[in-house]
Structures are given as structure tokens and as C-alpha cells.
Design a protein. Structure first.
Lengths: 237, 557
């Protein structure tokens, strides 16, 4: 997401190598449900949204009512994203834990790792690619889903901190507001760097903790997939 | 690696690890300049989480981890779980070490880099991961009662009650594979599968079977499919044709000509509907079809044009699909040619007319002479507009099909080509196909008049001829186009060479002029020198004269 660091820098600063917006769609019309998740480039012209919606409906043979709904949903999310742009973000390092818990077709993935929100070279897509290669995942849909999940979480966290910063600014106007903002930027999400990277502690984790941060990839059988889907449907209704 | 100081009598236990020579700067105890430059983030003091000490820990850990098992390729995912820190940064360190060969230097290399992964993953990659699948694999339904259908069992099928391969199941219930069934029981039979039994009529499916794509284990023979006995609750579209070549396991890497032909026809008919296309092309999955189509030189045109034309030629194509004769194949080729060219053709109507022609000719409804000239004109017109590569590709397909014919028609084909080749020497491109057109049209009219009243068999002959001449025309036109382009290139090359030679000449000339000037200057200088010399001599003589005049007898020099 495009969050310029300070007023002095001209080039847009992004928390990840590409500036992409995670978009999630979940539309239900006339008994048909369309769920999807992908990333969108916010610098594309808005006319592309309608084109994309039309193409999707045609490819998936959905009824035409979906076109407007899809386009609307995408637009809303895009405008929401844009409203967060231009916020000043403190560019200190901010390491947040990212948890992956997703299911793509037959693959179930659980993972847990740390991500630096302000590392502008970080690339969720590259991480996802490496992940799929290392774990030997052959389903080509898993990579993008992983990247999307990461982006979504980063986005959430960024929004949270922006929102909280706003609140703080409002509530503590003029009263050492900036300092408080900085200190509470840590929030509940970022890990305390001081604690982690203390001088006399090692960055190598203890073995017994390895399993926490280890990825788990499961290939499910058809029945399990059906069962999970049914449960998800029940939950979301 | 490390050489601790041992007593020279005891054999020191070395563990030798190879690293490339360009990484010889590496030291355990130190951080080299290379590392500092490549991984600046650790050394600029920008954050408490990025210090040289931390970098060293990351690096040492990764290298040690790799060296625990040097033949095994260390993956990033294996190390990142053990290290605290931003995963992107860790990945950067990992990649740095990998590039410099400090890790994974001796490991079995992965075939491709992460950019393009084929579905054919190298064995080395697979052997590192163990995939555990629960339940029966896809496509296998285990039947408890052997009387539902006679399962095809190879004699040593120990685990009875376990379905092998594509057992046709009338009933839907299956029993899970008993957990102790060995791999060979389940999969051995799959490999030895000999034939299918139809699910609805119980007969052996010899030539081909239709597999129920939703469940993957229900098979009916061709006859039943045609008759419409699909079994309960199944509709026609759910069935997928599969050939009995035992090629359920092929990944579609190799495409024979027949399959390509089928694919193109299916795309014509179904356009973007990949499910149906995949159905019509046996043994190739949807993805294979799409990727193969894209690979074909005119694949993208097909996809676009098929989409445009999917309304129109459906009927005509269907009628053609029935016949298995070579002529119908030819027609399809020509039509495909047309379709390809259609992409570039403004007038869609002509295209419609062309595709309507072949079936019309077959039924002998339209007047044949008109049909002939329209088709040929059409083809020629299109060929002239299209670039040589496209026509070459389409012509290739046509020629390949034509090559399957007997020798006689081939000669006719060659004859046409010769004629056309002769006609190529004329300068203008447009007149060529037109002339050929006229000749062909007249030729065809001859043929038509001969065989006007013939039976349907005989009708195929002039049909073939026409089509062949049409393709020959297209080839001729494409060749003319190509030749002209080649001529143009040649001329350009000549022109450029001439320019080069001229420039060289000019260079030489100016050099010569320069030297001439120099010579002139030198001569002048020389003359001046001579004059000076003469002056000097004169002066000397003067001095001597005077000296003599004044009577200086003795000469003091």
C-alpha cells in the first residue's frame, strides 16, 4: 500500500515491493455464490474494474447480475484503500507475526512467521513462490492464495495502526500527541523489538519452539474438503 | 572445513565441504566486505534487529544447517522456522548464501528456478517430500459386493473387494480401502488394466469408453453413449471420452497431429467452452488443451475468431463431423485456414459464405461454379493480406493432411504449385493470385462440367481437386509475398552496402587530400630551407671577398 514516509520523499513508499490491494469478494445472488480473493493494482484505471467483472462473469458462466455486484464490491474496496493512502506512517521497523490458515482446493496450509511491515523490499508473491517450491506444492492456485493472505493481513494491520494513530491524534491533540503515537504504534501487533533482539539473546530459536513456526501443509481428500466446505458455509451464514 | 590442531599421529577427522573458489573470502570468524555490501541493512545501524552479530548468527546457522546434510538441498522454509526475524530479510540472507555457494553447493540442484515450474517436477524434489494420501485415490471406488459388476481383476489381486483402476460401478456406494492394503494391490492393478466394462450394458468397451467425469469411475461404452443409455441421473455432457490406450496417466506433453486436429475442431465448435473442448479431445485435460492452443502459432487467433464465429459454423461443422473421410478432414483444414485468416478479414460475410460452401457442395445445392470461385477468391484474397508466417502455418497443416492422400492427387497439387511458381516471376503480387485464380476457376469449371452428374463418390474427387487448388493458391500467394519481402530485404542490404563502400571511399579520399596538403607544405619548407642556405652561402662569399680585398693574407678562422 502506498504510504509515503514523510513529506520530503517524493517517490511513493510502499510497505511491500509491489503496490497491490487485496480484494475479497463474496457475493450471493439467486442461490449462486461467488467467492474469490485476489490482488488488484490500484494504479489501474477504474474502467478496468468493469472489464474485469465482465470477463470473470463470462469465464465462470455466472448470471449477468453478478457483473454490477462484482464491480461495485471491487470499487468499494478500492476507494477504502485509497482513503488510507497519504497517511503519514512512522517508518520505524515493525515486525508483526503473520499467521496463515487457509485452504485452497485440496491443500490446507498453516503457518506462522514474522514480517516486517516497513521493509519495502518485502514481496509476498516471492515468499509464496518460495513456499510452494520448497514444500513441493503442485496446485498452482496455492501460491497466489498465500500471497493474498499475507497481503490481507498486512493491510489489516496497516489500517489498524492508521486508525489508531488518527484516534490518538484526535484525542491527544497537542499534548505530546506525536510521542504517544509513536510509542503506541507498537500496539498489540508488533513485537517488541527490544525483547526479541536483545544483545545477549540469540536470534536462533529454541528447538522446542520450532514447531510453532513451522509450516504445515496438508493434502485433503475429497470427503474432507466437502466436510470443511459445508462447515464454512454454515459458519458464514 | 575446520582444521583443529590434532596430534599429527592421529588421523584428523576432516569434514570437507566444497565451496566455489569465488567464495574463498568466507571466514567463520569474520564478516567480509562482500557481505557488508550485499546485505547493507545489517550494517548501517538502522535498527536494533539488524546488527552484525545477528547477521552472523543467521549466516552461521544456515550454513551449519546445510552442512548437516550436504547432499540434501536446504530450503528456505526449513531454516526460517528456526530463526527470529523478518522472513523477507532472512530470505535475502539465504539467497545471498545460495548465490555464493556457501550453502547448497553440493546439493542436487532443482531443475528450474522458481520462475517456471513444470508440472513434471524432478524426482529429487519429490523424494524430499512425502505425500500421504488418505482414503482411496481419486478415480478408485472400492466395491464391497463383487456382484455389482465384474471387476477386471488381474489374477493376483489379493485384496479382493478392492477396486482396481476404473471399475465400472453401477451403484454409488463404495467402501473405503482397507487400511492395510498394500500399494501394489491398489496400484498394481491399475497399471495392468486391460479393458473396461461398460456400466450400463455390461459389455467390453473395446474402442473407447465414456467416463463419467463427475465421479471418475463410471464408464459406459460408445454404443451406450450414442444410444443414450447413460445410467441414472447422468446427462450427456457429464461424460468424457477416453481412449483405451491406458493413457490416463499421460500429462499431455505430446500432441499427435490427430489430437491437434481434434483440438482445433473442438475449439471451432465450442469456442471458449473448455470443458467441452477437453471432452472432445480425449486424453488431454482442459489445461493441456488451452496451453497447447496458445502454443500453436495461430492459437490466439483461433481463440478470438472461434469466439466470434461460434454462432455461425456450428451447424455446418456438425454435419461435417460425422464423416470420417479424408475429404472432410481437408475441408476442415481449409476451413481452419479460413478461420485463421478471418481474424484479419474485414468482411465477415465472405467467411460465412466460405464455411457454408463445403457442406453446400456436398449436398450439391448451390451452383458449383459460383461456389468454386468464391472460395478460391476468398482464400487468395485472404492469403494476400496475411503475413507469411500465418499462411505458412495454416498451409503446413493443409499440406500435412494432403500428404496422407494417395500419390495421384499429390501430383496434381505439385502441378498447381509449379504453375504458380512460374507465375511468381512477375512483379506485382496481386495479379499473381488473380491470374492463378482465373486459371483455377477455369480448371474447376472444367472439372465441374465433367462430373456434374456423378454420384456422391465422384463428387468427392472434384471437391478434393478444388480444395487442393485452393490450398495451392494460398501457398503460392504466401510464397509470392515472402519472395517479395525477401527481395526487398536484398535491395536494402545492397543499398546499405553501397552506402558503406561510398563512405569508405570518401574517407580514403580525404586522407589522400590530407597527405597531399602535407606534401605541399613540406615542399615549401624545403624550398625555404634551400633559400636560406643559399643566402648563407652568399653572405659567406661576401665576407670572404671583403676579407680578400682588404688584403688579409692570413686567414684566421
Amino acid at each position: 500500500m502506498k504510504l509515503p514516509a514523510t513529506s520530503s520523499s517524493k517517490a511513493p513508499v510502499k510497505p511491500t515491493a509491489d503496490n497491490l490491494v487485496p480484494i475479497r469478494l463474496d457475493i450471493e445472488t439467486e442461490g449462486q455464490r461467488y467467492k474469490d480473493a485476489f490482488t488488484w493494482n490500484p494504479s489501474d484505471p477504474d474502467s478496468e474494474v468493469v472489464v474485469f467483472a465482465k470477463r470473470t462473469v463470462r469465464d465462470l458462466k455466472l448470471p449477468p447480475q453478478f457483473i454490477t455486484q462484482i464491480a461495485q464490491s471491487i470499487q468499494t474496496q478500492l476507494t477504502e484503500f485509497r482513503s488510507y493512502e497519504g497517511q503519514d506512517m512512522y517508518t520505524a521497523e515493525k515486525i508483526v507475526p503473520i499467521k496463515l490458515d487457509l485452504r485452497v482446493n485440496h491443500t490446507l496450509i498453516k503457518d506462522h512467521f514474522l514480517w516486517d511491515l516497513n521493509n519495502y523490499e518485502s514481496d509476498p508473491e516471492e515468499f509464496a513462490r518460495t513456499f510452494c517450491n520448497d514444500m513441493g506444492i503442485e496446485d498452482p492456485e496455492v501460491g497466489p492464495a498465500v500471497a493474498f493472505a499475507i497481503r490481507e493481513q498486512l493491510y489489516e494491520i496497516a489500517i489498524q495502526s492508521v486508525a489508531s494513530a488518527r484516534e490518538i491524534k484526535i484525542s491527544k491533540k497537542g499534548r505530546r500527541g506525536a510521542e504517544h503515537a509513536i510509542s503506541s504504534k507498537g500496539g498489540g501487533n508488533a513485537l517488541d523489538l527490544m525483547k526479541l533482539f536483545r544483545y545477549n539473546s540469540s536470534v536462533v530459536r529454541k528447538r522446542k519452539e520450532w514447531y510453532v513456526y513451522e509450516p504445515i501443509v496438508d493434502i485433503l481428500s475429497n470427503e474432507e474438503v466437502d466436510a470443511l466446505e459445508a462447515r464454512e458455509d454454515r459458519n458464514t451464514r | 572445513m575446520e582444521m583443529p590442531q590434532y596430534d599429527p599421529n592421529t588421523k584428523p577427522e576432516f569434514e570437507l565441504y566444497t565451496i566455489p573458489s569465488h567464495s574463498s573470502w568466507f571466514r567463520w570468524d569474520d564478516i567480509h566486505e562482500t557481505e557488508r555490501t550485499a546485505l547493507k541493512e545489517f550494517f548501517d545501524g538502522s535498527s536494533i534487529s539488524r546488527t552484525p552479530k545477528i547477521y552472523k548468527e543467521y549466516r552461521d546457522f544456515m550454513i551449519n544447517k546445510y552442512r548437516e546434510e550436504p547432499s540434501r538441498r536446504l530450503t528456505f522454509t526449513q531454516v526460517r522456522k528456526s530463526l527470529v526475524g523478518d522472513v523477507s530479510l532472512l530470505h535475502k540472507v539465504f539467497r545471498f548464501l545460495d548465490e555464493w555457494g556457501l550453502i547448497n553447493f553440493g546439493a542436487v540442484s532443482r531443475g528450474d528456478d522458481s520462475d517456471n515450474r513444470d508440472s513434471s517436477l524432478g524426482d529429487t524434489e519429490l523424494k524430499n517430500q512425502v505425500k500421504i494420501e488418505e482414503g482411496a485415490p481419486n478415480g478408485v471406488r472400492v466395491v464391497a459386493l463383487p456382484n455389482s459388476l465384474k471387476p477386471i481383476s488381474v489374477p493376483n489381486s489379493g485384496a479382493d473387494g478392492s477396486g482396481n483402476g476404473k471399475v465400472a460401478v453401477a451403484g454409488e456406494t463404495g467402501v473405503k480401502l482397507p487400511p492395510l492394503a498394500s500399494y501394489s494391490d491398489v496400484f498394481g492393478d491399475l497399471v495392468k488394466l486391460k479393458g473396461f466394462k461398460c456400466g450400463s450394458c455390461g459389455e467390453q468397451c473395446n474402442s473407447g469408453c465414456y467416463e463419467y467425469s463427475k465421479q471418475g469411475s463410471f464408464v459406459i461404452c460408445e454404443k451406450c453413449f450414442k444410444n443414450g443409455n447413460y445410467g441414472e441421473d447422468k446427462s450427456k455432457d457429464d461424460f468424457r471420452f477416453s481412449d483405451l490406450g491406458g493413457n490416463s496417466l499421460t500429462h499431455g506433453a505430446t500432441w499427435t497431429e490427430a489430437e491437434t486436429l481434434l483440438l482445433l475442431e473442438s475449439v471451432m465448435r465450442h469456442g471458449d467452452n473448455w470443458e467441452l473442448v477437453a471432452q472432445n479431445v480425449p486424453t488431454k485435460s482442459k489445461l493441456d488443451c488451452i496451453s497447447k492452443l496458445i502454443e500453436l502459432p495461430f492459437g490466439e487467433f483461433m481463440m478470438g475468431s472461434a469466439h466470434e464465429m461460434n454462432s455461425c459454423p456450428t451447424g455446418s461443422l456438425n454435419s461435417l463431423k460425422e464423416g470420417q473421410s479424408a475429404s472432410s478432414e481437408n475441408q476442415n483444414d481449409v476451413k481452419m485456414e479460413d478461420q485463421v485468416h478471418d481474424q484479419m478479414n474485414e468482411s465477415k460475410q465472405n467467411g460465412d459464405a466460405a464455411t457454408e460452401e463445403p457442406p453446400a457442395k456436398r449436398k450439391r445445392i448451390a451452383p458449383l461454379s459460383d461456389g468454386g470461385s468464391t472460395l478460391i477468391k476468398q482464400v487468395a484474397h485472404i492469403s494476400t493480406m496475411v503475413g507469411p508466417h500465418v499462411t505458412a502455418a495454416a498451409a503446413e497443416a493443409a499440406v500435412a493432411a494432403l500428404c496422407n492422400e494417395s500419390s495421384c492427387p499429390r501430383e496434381i497439387f505439385d502441378g498447381d504449385e509449379d504453375y504458380l511458381a512460374n507465375g511468381l516471376s512477375s512483379p506485382t503480387m496481386v495479379s499473381d493470385p488473380e491470374r492463378a485464380l482465373q486459371v483455377d476457376a477455369s480448371k474447376m469449371e472444367e472439372n465441374q462440367s465433367e462430373t456434374q452428374d456423378a454420384s456422391s463418390e465422384k463428387n468427392d474427387v472434384p471437391l478434393n481437386l478444388r480444395i487442393r487448388t485452393a490450398t495451392a493458391t494460398a501457398l503460392g500467394a504466401a510464397a509470392a509475398n515472402a519472395k517479395l519481402l525477401a527481395d526487398q530485404e536484398d535491395r536494402e542490404i545492397e543499398h546499405l552496402v553501397a552506402i558503406i563502400i561510398e563512405t569508405q571511399m570518401k574517407k580514403l579520399h580525404s586522407k589522400i587530400n590530407y597527405f597531399d596538403d602535407l606534401e605541399l607544405i613540406m615542399e615549401k619548407e624545403y624550398n625555404e630551407m634551400m633559400q636560406l642556405k643559399e643566402c648563407l652561402v652568399e653572405e659567406r662569399i661576401d665576407v670572404l671577398e671583403r676579407a680578400l680585398k682588404t688584403g688579409v693574407s692570413k686567414w684566421r678562422s
